[in-house]
Design a protein around this ligand. Structure first.
Ligand code: G6P
Length: 475
């Protein structure tokens, strides 16, 4: 088994590698998730004692947990992985996940608050914070129970910032890593949080042997927050590290050449029309992704440079996300409204300027990747943004990348991308024009270099690097 000194490996994250839908007749349907962690964990092979601890996220998951023998989900449904799903009280989970993780911590790290009305740290917030503590404790206790002597535990993301320290107290023998998949806020923003909460979050992560981030920028911000909130010096015992998760070239190239993708390419071509340039974006409908400003930039391109009318189509896939939160539902509506408004204003009988799809369909995303002349990735802030890495790998003709300087991917891709300030709509419109008019040879060259930088650290290696670094006291 590829692990550290043959010791057991555990992964902990809010969202696990599988989720369940319950049919009318009570039957359960398992759906495997994608993403870096899932493919990363597969690097340690199916026949190991590695365990993934995650939370039950809905009624289907809860039914699957009740049915699971010995707490482990059936291997046939998890792709061979040993998965323990925690049935945390639904109200506690909702307060921890929707209330604290997604409405506070996500907002802080992505700097999304619309001050001066937000944030509101009142009694309701304190009540939700207690749920966040309880949720983290449930993970720490499950991990303490599951882990063999000396096991390596890799705890993921902002949902589980307190768990490393809690687990350390329960099991001092374990080697614990924490990985942040988000940006980390600079101290002046992080300190919007009440002082005791800010200190608890940092100390929670510092309970790990190693705290790792997607880019040096986020690691530096974490260190700065520790200095500002806890006083100078990261306590001895915690090391900081950086692992820039890359795209999975082999998987993407193989998957994007299957028949279902070809079918969707044909359908998309039909929607786009002959001979038109294609600007592609694919996101969760997520406030930090800045989809509305992206649409407004495209609108400005059509307004200021009428030569592009009828000659370009913006293919925008915006897949619903975190719909329990009103602010996300409102944002989803706004994305649709702006897209419709552009189509109503500029569209002609033979040309739809924006092709917007909101139903999640991975094969169709890959089809759009293959057709892309330009990829638009303009988040306000983003831990990494894998779409920026995936499109250059998959695009048939090589694409130009319009990339926000606030995406983690900028550190690796900035040189060959056309870089934008995500707040600057006029600047983004100009960047789209530049991208659309790149000479073909230059575009192909840049795209090749982007694809090569994007795949420097594939998910399996990214995961193994973290395990090895946990052992190596010098990294
Ligand atoms: C980000 C987070 C992940 C999270 C994902 C989807 O990438 O870093 O931890 O799983 O968003 O968000 P969701 O709330 O649907 O899990």
């Amino acid at each position: 088994m590829a692990s550290t000194h043959g010791a057991q490996v555990l992964v902990a994250s809010n969202r696990g590698p599988v989720s369940y839908q319950q049919g009318e007749d009570g039957s359960l349907h398992a759906k495997r998730g994608g993403g870096g962690l899932v493919s990363g964990l597969s690097a340690i092979g199916p026949d190991t004692d590695a365990v993934w601890v995650c939370a039950a996220l809905g009624d289907g998951d809860r039914a699957a947990v009740r049915r699971a023998e010995g707490g482990l989900l059936p291997a046939g449904e998890t792709g061979g992985q040993r998965v323990r799903m925690l049935d945390i009280d639904a109200a506690v989970h909702a307060d921890a996940y929707n209330g604290i993780a997604n409405s506070v911590l996500w907002f802080v790290h992505h700097m999304l608050y619309q001050t001066p009305l937000e944030p509101v740290f009142d009694a309701e917030f304190r009540r939700q914070w207690a749920a966040y503590e309880a949720y983290n404790r449930a993970f720490a206790e499950a991990l303490a129970q599951e882990a063999a002597e000396g096991a390596a535990v890799l705890i993921q993301d902002y949902h589980l910032a307190l768990a490393p320290r809690m687990l350390r107290r329960l099991r001092p023998d374990l080697r614990i890593g924490h990985f942040s998949h988000t940006p980390w806020a600079p101290p002046e923003y992080f300190r919007l949080l009440p002082d005791d909460i800010a200190a608890e979050l940092l100390s929670g992560i510092l309970g790990a042997d190693r705290a790792a981030f997607l880019t040096q920028r986020w690691a530096d911000a974490f260190r700065d927050c520790c200095h500002a909130v806890l006083g100078p010096g990261i306590p001895a015992g915690t090391r900081l590290g950086v692992h820039g998760l890359g795209a999975d070239a082999d998987f993407l190239r193989e998957r994007s050449h299957r028949a279902d993708v070809a079918e969707r390419m044909a359908a998309l071509r039909e929607e786009i029309g002959e001979g038109r340039k294609v600007v592609v974006r694919v996101d969760r409908t997520e406030l930090s992704k800045n989809i509305v400003r992206g649409l407004l930039a495209y609108r400005q391109l059509l307004e200021d440079r009428p030569e592009w009318r009828e000659r370009v189509v913006h293919v925008a896939f915006a897949y619903p996300s975190r719909q329990d939160l009103a602010v996300y539902r409102k944002y989803t509506e706004e994305v649709q409204r702006v897209a419709e408004e552009i189509n109503a204003h500029y569209g002609t009988p033979g040309w739809t300027p924006v092709v917007l799809h909101v139903k999640d369909d991975f094969a169709r995303s890959l089809a759009a990747y293959r057709l892309a002349d330009v990829a638009l990735v303009n988040p306000i802030r983003d831990g990494m943004n894998l779409v920026a890495k995936e499109i250059p790998v998959v695009s048939d003709e090589g694409c130009a990348l319009v990339l926000s300087r606030e995406a983690g991917a900028y550190e690796e891709l900035g040189e060959d991308a056309i870089v934008v300030n995500p707040y600057d709509i006029t600047g983004t419109a100009d960047a789209l024009h530049t991208a659309l008019t790149l000479p073909p040879a230059e575009r192909a060259e840049r795209s090749k270099r982007l694809a090569s930088a994007a795949t420097a650290l594939p998910p399996a290696q990214w995961f193994l690097d973290q395990l090895h670094a946990l052992d190596d006291r010098t990294s």
